[in-house]
Write a protein that binds this ligand. Structure first.
Ligand code: PLP
Length: 516
């Protein structure tokens, strides 16, 4: 099969994934799309304005002399541009999105409807409190649900993402330790941690010390105990961890951390696996961020909005950031810091991501407490179904059962010339967003699959069948299928490093043509 975009003989002999070179450059109804600037011209406009009457400009020397430099397009051409671009994007609304650690679940439209209610969208954080009692009431209710679900007495809603929540938690821990006279120097982070954990600790002024994992993919309790001393401020642990496994020693870990006078930070990004089933407060956690955009649904990815409220244990409640929503004298109020407060202060200018609070609350209320418990059960069941259905052909990194995501590595590819990257790119040709690749770093060539609770068994079966087909192709030596995949995507293999390191953010017009 020819995969380089051109039929070798006649079009009729094309395989199903053969790509025909077309006159227009379009591929079927998947249209190529240039930039607005390349498509538009200065003579074109989307509006017909009357001639400007002769008036004396009052701008003096401030009047513009040159071209405005904007792309001129008609209204339909503008609309088509954005619609075409949107069709080149893959989204959770298009198909399975098994991106491990990201909890790409269905986002019910009801949440969007609620978040768009004028009482939530048309308000301003500086409005008098008596005019926004409903919004404050919703924040209070969300805080109540988060405290109840986690078994923790305090909550700060203002952090704007998981990573920001980590910073919030560590700042409270730092304030608590400073109040005892010594902020300490070190934060312990397991090898399998998300990159934001060590980054947060470093940003907060701590040295990061890594803790080894056992051959079972869990934190090595003995290594952790050995690393604990009076210099350690906190341990940052993810549970379930990024290998998709429950940290069984968590209570012993919490006891050891507390015995050393340190605090226990839990990265709660994987709360989806245990929501309604386990209360982190019962496990000895001192603070934990919750990614509302993961566990409690909100469209995310691509830099979209996040929200990372943090729950706190009794020990840290005095150090939480302000303001906090309080009920006082028959109404809600935003409680700011007073002089005797031990709070570390404000984390953001205002109160957090209101729209996401509404979405999360809408999601929680429509599921109810029993429904949230079922979320965790179904998410874990789906991941275990995927794991069990693929373990005979792909190499699971650790013995199951797993929690809400399952981890494979590249050992099953060792006799092929196919890498984890090639394999993931071939999934795009199959119509699936790839799983998370090369994370966590504790296994070689990691492939982390998180199906979430919202995929039906039929969807999971299609996904599994495609993956089994790819495994067969890889192990039978069909390297062509992988080496330059994706063949069928609007763009093929991009230089992602150059795109990140040397982004071209400004379009410049091509040099003027000399032939006309
Ligand atoms: C997503 C995630 C984070 C970071 O959350 P953001 O909202 O992206 O900042 C931290 N830890 C883990 C384990 C995660 O999966």
């Amino acid at each position: 099969m020819n995969r380089q975009g051109r039929p070798t003989t006649s079009g009729a002999e094309q395989g199903p994934t053969g790509v025909v070179e077309t006159v227009s450059g379009h591929q079927g109804l998947a249209l190529e799309e240039p930039l607005l600037y390349e498509r538009g011209s200065p003579e074109m406009t989307g509006v017909d304005l009357p001639e400007v009457p002769a008036v004396t400009s009052r701008l003096g020397q401030m009047g513009r002399e040159g071209d405005i430099g904007l792309a001129g397009l008609s209204e339909p051409d503008t609309l088509r541009h954005y619609t075409r671009l949107s069709r080149q994007n893959y989204a959770i609304d298009m198909g399975v999105y098994p991106l491990g650690s990201c909890t790409m679940k269905h986002n019910p439209r009801l949440n969007e409807k609620m978040a768009r209610l004028p009482g939530f969208t048309d308000i301003h954080p500086l409005q008098p409190e008596e005019t926004v009692q409903g919004a404050l009431g919703l924040m209070d209710m969300l805080g109540h649900w988060l405290k109840t679900l986690t078994g923790m007495p305090g909550v700060a809603l203002s952090p704007k993402a998981g990573a920001h929540g980590e910073l919030c938690g560590l700042m409270a821990i730092r304030a608590a330790l400073e109040a005892k006279g010594n902020a300490r120097k070190v934060v312990l982070v397991p090898e399998s941690a998300h990159g934001t954990n060590p980054a947060t600790a470093a940003l907060c002024g701590y040295q990061v010390q890594s803790i080894a994992a056992t051959s079972e993919g869990r934190v090595d309790l003995a290594a952790l105990k050995e690393a604990l001393n009076e210099d350690v401020a906190a341990v940052m642990l993810t549970n379930p961890n990024t290998c998709g496994l429950f940290e069984r020693d968590i209570i012993n870990i919490a006891e050891a951390v507390h015995a050393a006078g340190a605090y226990f930070y839990c990265d709660g990004a994987n709360f989806n696996a245990i929501v309604g089933k386990v209360r982190p407060g019962d496990l000895g956690v001192d603070c934990m961020h919750i990614n509302l955009h993961k566990t409690f649904s909100t469209p995310h990815g691509g830099g979209g909005p996040g929200s990372g409220p943090v729950v706190f244990s009794e020990a840290l409640v005095p150090y939480m950031p302000r303001p906090l929503v309080e009920w006082r004298d028959g109404g809600f109020t935003m409680e700011e810091t007073d002089e005797d407060s031990q709070s570390f202060g404000r984390l953001t200018a205002f109160h957090g991501q209101m729209g996401m609070f509404v979405r999360a609350m809408s999601y929680m209320l429509s599921h109810g407490a029993d429904g949230l418990m079922q979320v965790a059960e179904d998410a874990v069941l789906a991941a275990n179904y995927v794991m069990a259905s693929l373990s005979d052909v792909m190499t699971a990194s650790y013995a199951g059962p797993c929690m809400h995501e399952c981890l494979f590595d590249d050992r099953f590819l060792k006799d092929s010339n196919v890498t984890t990257l090639d394999f993931a790119k071939a999934m795009i040709d199959e119509g699936f967003h790839p799983m998370t690749m090369y994370f966590p770093l504790v296994v070689h060539g990691a492939m982390l699959i998180e199906p979430t609770e919202t995929e039906s068994k039929k969807n999971l079966d299609e996904f599994i069948t495609s993956l089994r087909g790819l495994v067969a192709a890889a192990t039978q030596g069909d390297n062509d299928r992988f080496s330059a995949a994706p063949y069928l995507a609007p763009r093929r293999r991009l230089d992602e490093t150059a795109a990140a390191r040397k982004p071209i953010l400004r379009w410049s017009p091509p040099p003027a043509s000399t032939t006309n």
